[in-house]
Design a protein around this ligand. Structure first.
Ligand code: PMP
Length: 405
């Protein structure tokens, strides 16, 4: 079991009062707080080595390039990628998924009559880019339904694979309900049916160890800010032989080998998909965040968060009129509603008691529609949360229920 108290001093932001109460930060699925080593990595970059990368001959450019490329290696190792060539730095999960949907639309691999498969649990970021691909190519979007407990209907999934599915785009952990999808198993089935597979690891990245080779998918996307790194940096991992075959995406500097007005040849991986100056500091800070998490261990983090989320679910479930969503073995996020009261009112009252949660549809409107609701209250957990945070959430929720009557 993790002792989060010993780590709290790394997160200065958490040491503050909100409306006169100790801040209890339970909005980690939206974004995580950044520990001191990550802040120091960003600061060191700007204080000591800030320079543009790759083409510089001077010392600062070499130092910045080395730090950026070392960050790529750290990400590759974290993901168990075959090589750093498979790690493309992007601005986040949304950019990574749009990149894949964009290049697949351009590739000519998907056309009228083909199908793109997503699930009811997806974030809008893993729905809308595929709808746009369907509009561009004439393909059809199909959806894996979910059961009332917020898990996917595996039988329906297997029947949907009987069609002409060209790509399965699937979240690993639902940001709304905390459902953990069996991604390796579903990937195997989709690949056997001839589909490509993209895993949205935006949530999973901070809660579970990631091994892209064990999952067996073709693409995996995540954002740095969900794993204690800054906003504006993210990753697309893709199988090298596939990315090498697919067309380039944005055009510009770095993604080229040679340019004339008549013709351009494209750079090798990973630079082919990194047009323009990247978020150099963000990549370096992301590597610092991964080092931080790995020094603690994702298994320990997961066990700690799971214990918290279970005790929160048990205590909240005991408050009359509270309805919990998602399966019992959820990870990261715990969603609930209170009969007869709007989630926004609950969230506002919790905020007044120092408890930061998110309310609303969590960018999952189709999932909310499936459950006949417009939103939930969501408490989401990170390595620095404590049993005291759970107690504060439960007490504040019980008070809110009593106040609202
Ligand atoms: N997918 C999931 C499951 C998410 O939780 C999020 C962020 N809430 C995203 C995609 C989009 O991530 P970003 O906004 O960092 O691009």
């Amino acid at each position: 079991m993790l002792p989060p108290e010993s780590l709290l001093s790394d997160f200065l932001i958490l040491d503050q009062s909100i409306h006169g109460q100790r801040l209890v930060y339970l909005d980690n699925a939206a974004t995580t707080q950044k520990p001191m080593p990550v802040l120091l990595a960003s600061r060191h970059y700007y204080e000591a080595i800030n320079s543009n990368i790759h083409r510089g001959t001077h010392q600062l450019a070499r130092a910045a390039t080395e730090a950026f490329e070392n960050a790529r290696k750290t990400v590759a190792e974290h993901l168990h990628a075959a090589s750093g060539d498979e790690v493309i730095f992007t601005s986040g999960t949304t950019a990574s998924i749009n990149l894949v949907a964009g290049i697949l639309a351009l590739s000519g691999r998907i056309g009228p009559g083909d199908e793109v498969l997503v699930s009811t649990l997806e974030h809008h970021s893993n729905i809308v880019p595929w709808q746009m691909l369907c509009q561009r190519t004439g393909a059809t979007l199909k959806v894996i339904p979910c059961h009332d407990n917020g898990t996917l209907d595996q039988q329906a999934f297997h029947s949907l694979l009987g069609g002409r599915v060209k790509i399965l785009a699937l979240t690993w952990i639902s940001n709304a309900f905390g459902t953990v999808n069996p991604v390796a198993e579903m990937t195997r089935a989709a690949k056997a049916a001839g589909a490509l597979v993209l895993i949205d690891a935006a949530q999973a990245i901070a809660h579970l160890p990631t091994d892209v080779q064990a999952i067996g998918a073709d693409f995996l996307a995540f954002s740095g800010h969900k794993i204690y790194a800054p906003t504006g940096i993210g990753v697309l991992w893709g199988r090298a032989e596939l990315l090498a075959e697919l067309p380039p995406w944005q055009g510009g500097g770095e993604m080229i080998k040679e340019v004339t007005f008549e013709h351009t040849t494209y750079n090798d991986l990973p630079f082919k998909y990194e047009a323009g100056t990247p978020n150099i500091e963000g990549a370096i800070a992301l590597a610092a965040a991964l080092d931080y998490v790995n020094a603690i261990g994702l298994d320990a983090i997961h066990a700690h968060e799971t214990a918290l989320i279970r005790s929160a679910a048990e205590a909240l479930g005991g408050i009359p009129s509270v309805r919990l969503y998602g399966p019992a073995d959820r990870s990261g996020s715990l969603s609930f509603s209170i009969e007869g009261h709007h989630h926004y009112d609950i969230g506002t009252l919790l905020d007044h008691m120092g408890v930061a949660v998110r309310t609303g549809h969590h960018c999952c409107q189709p999932l909310m529609a499936r459950f006949g609701i417009t939103g939930t209250v969501r408490a989401s957990f990170a390595l620095y949360n404590t049993p005291q945070d759970v107690a504060a959430l439960v007490t504040a929720t019980a008070k809110a229920v009593a106040m609202l009557g």
